[in-house]
Each structure stands twice: as structure tokens, then as C-alpha cells.
Design a binder for this molecule. Sequence first.
Ligand code: DHE
Length: 518
Amino acid sequence: MNWRIILTAATALLSLRYGGAWAATDANALYQTHCASCHGADRLGGAGPALLPGNLERLRRPDALKTISDGRMATQMPAFSAKLSADEIKQLAELIYTPPAVTPVWGLEQIRASRIEHVKPGSLPDKPVFKADPLNLFVVVELGDHHATIFDGDKLEPITRFPTRYALHGGPKFSPDGRYVYFASRDGWIAKYDIWNLKLVAEVRAGINARNLAVSSDGRFAMVANYLPHTLVVLDTRDLSPIKVIDVKDENGKSSRVSAVYDAGPRKSFVAALKDIPEVWELTYDEHAAPVYNGLVHDYKMAEGLAVPGPFPVRRIMLDDYLDDFFFDAGYDNMIGSSREGHSQVVNLNVRRKIANIDLPGMPHLGSGITWEYQGHPVMATPNLKEGEVTVIDMKTWQTVKHIKTLGPGFFMRSHENTPYAWVDVFNGSKDRDVIQIIDKQKLEVVAQLRPSPGKVAAHTEFTRDGKYALVSIWEMDGELVIYDARTLKEVKRIPMKKPSGKYNVYNKITRSAGTSH
Ligand code: DHE
């Protein structure tokens, strides 16, 4: 008789009989069965966030129970109430508020050690290896099987397809000339891909659970926003080597997750929203503002360890409410921010304080807002994750111009300078998730609706460089890219893809088109 089998059987029996006493073991087993594939076997995060007490600061225990039972709006978190008993859900909630036996460390040393250099920087030819307009390419992220496709926006055909890290999320970012694209995965991997040579250049794990990345307008730096650890990480874009790890803490030492970081090009700075402390940080990469830095990464690397102020000094803006995300105005003087609790505000980066409140019924999905001119005024518009409406706000008075009713809450809204329409999905709705609604930007009304594949979720639109075609994702494992003539709204073509999520046009991104995210 095998003793291991006897022991396992005995443990299982005891565990059944004395459920309470064996709670820890049961909770761990439950966790491994139901949670580990998304949140990581060690709770350090993966496709889902890390489930450690420090990461759950703003999730009260009753809300954790509710999240496990009912799932979480606007995320991939499913509801477990039909699969698990109330007691099992309670055990899981207890487990995630228990600190791990060993505190995870992910500092400069670990980041440096994780770096993989696939190609020596500067060793590849400086011209595209294909015949296509390099500025009218799209990068399409296919979540279904963790791949990305480089897509020709003129011929409307794929050029190549390559594997990515697990669960890419958010907008990949381009170098200013559009040659390189940088991807971030939820578990902190940053990848640099050379579009002209169709080759992966380097990869580095900048965090255990990352939110997004931004690339500086001069193309030299990438900044990564992390949930775990509570850091911002600066990378040298040439080879993705880490330059600086910045601990995110308030003046009393309380640390915070970073909600998101974006590049404020005209200000030569990165701006970050923090999730657990009511502050916004601006970190300059302007040589004149941070003299020690002197414009050369290697100068700083040599100065490391010296008692001098380093580059990327933090300028704090104190707020009275948290910000989960924000969006810049055209001049990069103001940021329009929102929090999961639904409070929205305008923060002026020059006077460094809140200057107005904004009337949005719920938090928009991050980076969803777009802008255009309406009756001589700049307006911004965004769907939100709670109510079926697109809110249009005057960016001079910060007053709401119109609440445009839609079929349900949406994730993504996109347009282009050369089209009179803005396209919005119903991704977060309970029904009609297969519809894309078309809003006339001057009438501020829904004027048409498309149902590309009845019964299948349709989401995320992006336009070609000239605004002539609009590409929509059918968000299914056996999904498609559906291409429309943006003027006639007639379907032009379909390309099969594996759960295509976001698609990013090189030209629209590097010229910061008002109709898309940056
Ligand atoms: Fe996203 C962008 C955060 C859920 C797909 N999402 C972003 C960005 C952030 C963010 C910070 C901006 C990154 C950038 O461009 O630099 N997303 C969040 C959340 O907090 C939220 C609500 C919960 C979470 O799970 O983190 C969330 N997002 C989702 C999804 O469930 C989606 C639909 C599928 C997925 O990939 O997980 C999703 N998010 C996207 C996409 C973008 C994005 C496709 C890029 C849009 C663009 O055009 O730029």
C-alpha cells in the first residue's frame, strides 16, 4: 500500500469532516483551482491583479466577498456564486487578506536580471523590410492566443503575426518615428518590437503587476506604472535596461499603487495618477529642469550611488480625492481625471490644484475620451462603465454640453479628424453588446448603428491614417476584424483573428490624433 495515497485520503477525509479546522488548506486548494490561473499561483498577479493585502487597500472585505460572488464590472473577473458555497467564498476572501509568507521584492536588481536582449541595439537595418506605408500600419493585439498582428492599412491585409507575452493590456506605445512599438503585459513584462524589421528586440520584467507604460516624446525613455511593487520604473528605450526605480510614497511614507502613467509631450514630462494616495505626480525629463541629468542616460548611470538629486524628480500635486485615470486637454495644461467612485475633476498642472468638478455618471474605461471642435469650442466626450450614455463636456467652461443616450455602458470611443462621426461600443452593457453606435459630432446624436456579427461582442474602433476606413473588433476566440468605409458605413472586408482587442494605427498615435488615445 502506498503511504502517500493513504495520507492524502486521510487528509481529504479529515478536511471534509472538520471543514473549519482545515480552512487554510482548503482555502489554498480552492485558490489553486479557481483563482491561480489568472491571479498567479503565488498570488503575485497575472492576467488578474495580485491578491495580496497591500494591493487590496481600497477593496473592503465585504466588497471582496461580493466581487468573488458576483464578479467585477468592466473586468474579466467572473462570478463564482454558482460554483462555490458561501463558506468557500468566505475562505477565499480571508486568504487574500493574509500576507504572503515571503514579501515579494522586485527592485532594480531583479528587473536588470530579467532583461532579455534578442537583438543588439542598432544592429538592424534602418529601413522597412516590407513594401507598405510604415505610417499606415496597425498593431492589432489578439488576446485569444496572445499574439499581435502587424496590419497594412492600405491593402487591408496582415503583414506578419507574432507571439506576445501573456495578457497584454492597454495601448502599446510607439517611438516618435513609428519604428518601434512597446508592449506591456499585466504581469509586468515590457517588450520592444522593431516594426521595420519585424523583430522582437528586447524584453524586461519591470514589475510583478503592471498597469501601463508611457514613452517620452523624445523617444528616449519608457516609464512603467506598477500596482506591485508600488513603483514607477524608468527604462532606457534603446535596450530596455532599467535606469531608475522610484518608490511611490507620500510624505509620511504611505505607499501607493500607480493607476496609470502618460507622457505629457509638450511639457517634457510623465504624469502619473496614484491609486491609494490623493496625489498626482509629474516627473520631468526636461534636461533644463533636472540639471544633474544633463541629457545622457549614461551620465546618470555613472552618477548612481552619488548623493546628488537624480533625474525624473517628483513634483507632487496634492488633491482631496483619488484619481484612477485622467486625460489631458490639447495644451497639456489640464488633466481631466476620474475615480472608480465616480468623482471627476479637472486638475491644472501649472497652478497644481483642482480647478473644477465634472459631471460624469460613472468612471470611464481608462484612456477612452476623445476631443473635437463643436460650435467653436473644444469638447471632450467619453462613454462610462456604468450608464448608457456618452457625456460631452466643454473644455473651456467644464460644463456638460450634452448627455447622449446610448444602448448601454461602453468601453471605447474613437474618431478621426477626417470623419464627422464618433464610434462607440456597448461593451459593458447587459445586452446589445454586438452593436456599434455612430454619433454625429456636430448634431451630438446617434445617427446610425451597426451590428457587424449579431450575438457577438463588437468593440474598439480605430481608423486608418486618412480616416477613410474604420476597423472594429469582434471580441471572440474565433473573432474577426471588420473593416468599414467610414463615410458610407458599408462593410468592406473581414479578416479572421483570435479575439482581437485593441488596434493601434502608427500615424494616428504618433501625431496624437484627437480621435484616439495616446
Ligand atoms: Fe483596459 C487601456 C485599465 C479593463 C482592454 N486599460 C487601458 C489603460 C488602462 C486600463 C490604465 C490605458 C493604458 C494605456 O494606453 O497606456 N482596463 C483598465 C482597468 O482599470 C480595467 C477597468 C480593469 C482591469 O482589469 O484592469 C480595465 N481593459 C479592461 C478589460 O477588461 C479589457 C476590455 C480587456 C483586457 O485586455 O483586459 C481592456 N484597456 C483595454 C484596451 C486598452 C485599454 C484594448 C487600449 C485602448 C486604446 O485604444 O488605447
